[in-house]
Design a protein around this ligand. Structure first.
Ligand code: ASP
Ligand code: MG
Length: 406
């Protein structure tokens, strides 16, 4: 007998039939003699719908009220799940974040979990209930409802699993695991059996939307192995775990791509201390996140500075920089939205050299020009022209030996 936490995402509970499917799966796990805690997202599209409603009233609704509003999505799905399980003859009880004693800080819409007491969950499990907890939400010290940021029910699941010292944390979603590349553009992509927390963190921050980044950080910190799998099949998915010696043998575990960034270049900027700050501080102040930054030196004490921002913030960032360029005496500002970032990720990079040159050679062989480069200990990213994204991903997938073996 084990204590199992299962999280189901919005698509998995998108309508009553799907809720019934999930309930059957939960019931099966329970019937095998396990204690089961279920964490749910809101029914698919519901969180967006609620955010839209508030947005129609005013562009910047009060964040406390936003959390009050969007947290209702999960209230609906957990109660429907409890009713379904009860109708099947099971003892089931749904719970909101504060009833599960999920304490967070008070940063509404992006709160962080501070602790989970879970005493009611434990008492209900002892009475052989299936406990269903609303994901994505908690409450601050005043008892005000908070939410954990988009995709936050993954983090709820991992945190509850950690608090209960669960034997398993299964994240059921609409894909069947983590792949070596996006199967939609790379037909030779393979499902990974295992991936390390660090690799998963890199992939998640590169745009792989399978898990919320926070949930992986949490899992790593509290040593919770995550099993990512499909709610529509019985197949094993991907385990996200601590890295082991075997993982190091593989140089690159995955190739990712991201078309959500745009770049901005200020050219012929007078090169003096404080210039990068003058260029980038207003961007940060506008709440725009900068990803890559490159500075090139030119003759005559001039420099070029290039950086990337999310495409959705491109126009705002460009406008800010046009003003700054004038102020600091830069010659020109140019922006480019038609870029993509392709990256190779792997813990094996720590002990293997030559990964970067292999990547550059593979791209060069296809005549793909590299516009920007950035690296971490276990990742190399290149910005290229957007139109070459698919070709680049496939080329790198082959070059690093990731293609499906026949
Ligand atoms: N319902 C929330 C969202 O759509 C939380 C989640 O699904 O994880 O972001
Ligand atoms: Mg999700």
């Amino acid at each position: 007998m084990a204590l199992i936490v299962q999280k189901y995402g919005g698509t998995s509970v998108g309508d009553l039939d799907r809720i019934r499917n999930v309930a059957e799966r939960v019931a099966r796990t329970f019937d095998q003699g396990n204690d089961v805690v279920v964490i749910l997202s809101a029914m698919s599209g519901e969180t967006d719908r609620l955010l839209d409603l508030a947005g129609k009233i005013t562009p910047f609704p009060d964040k406390r009220e936003v959390d009050m509003l969007v947290s209702t999505g999960e209230q609906v799905s957990v109660s429907l799940m409890a009713v379904t399980l009860q109708s099947m003859g099971y003892k089931a009880r749904s719970m909101l974040g504060h009833q599960a004693e999920i304490l967070t800080d008070n940063r509404f819409t992006r709160a962080r979990i501070l602790g989970i007491k879970a005493s009611r969950i434990k008492a209900l499990l002892a009475e052989k209930h299936i406990v269903i907890v609303a994901g994505f939400q908690g409450a601050d010290a005043n008892g005000d409802i908070t939410t954990l940021g988009r995709g936050g029910s993954d983090t709820s699941a991992v945190a509850v699993a950690a608090a209960l010292k669960a034997d398993k944390c299964e994240i059921f979603t609409d894909v069947d695991g983590i792949y070596t590349a996006d199967p939609n553009i790379c037909s030779k992509a393979r499902k990974l059996e295992r991936i390390s927390y660090d690799e998963m963190l890199e992939m998640a921050s590169l745009g792989a939307k399978v898990l919320q980044i926070r949930s992986v950080e949490f899992a790593k910190k509290y040593d919770v192995p995550i099993h990512v799998r499909s709610s529509f099949s019985e197949e094993e998915g991907t385990m996200v775990v601590y890295e082991d010696a075997n993982m190091e043998k593989v140089v690159v575990s995955g190739v990712t791509h991201n078309k959500n960034e745009a770049r901005i270049t200020l050219s012929k900027v007078p090169d003096r201390p404080g210039i990068a700050m003058q260029i980038l501080e207003p961007i940060a102040e506008a709440g725009i996140g900068v990803d890559m930054i490159i500075q090139n030196t030119r003759a005559g004490n001039l420099t070029d500075l290039t950086f990337t921002v999310p495409k959705s913030d491109f126009e705002a960032a460009l406008e800010i920089e046009q003003k700054i360029a004038e102020k600091i005496g830069a010659e020109d500002v140019v922006g480019d939205k038609n870029i993509a970032k392709v990256s190779v990720v792997g813990v094996g990079m720590r002990s293997h050299s030559g990964v970067a040159s292999k990547m550059f050679a593979a791209l060069a062989a296809e005549n793909i020009n590299i516009l920007m480069i950035s690296t971490s200990e276990i990742r190399i990213s290149c910005v290229i022209e957007e139109k070459y994204t698919e070709l680049a991903v496939r080329t790198l997938h082959t070059a690093f030996g990731l293609d499906e073996s026949i």
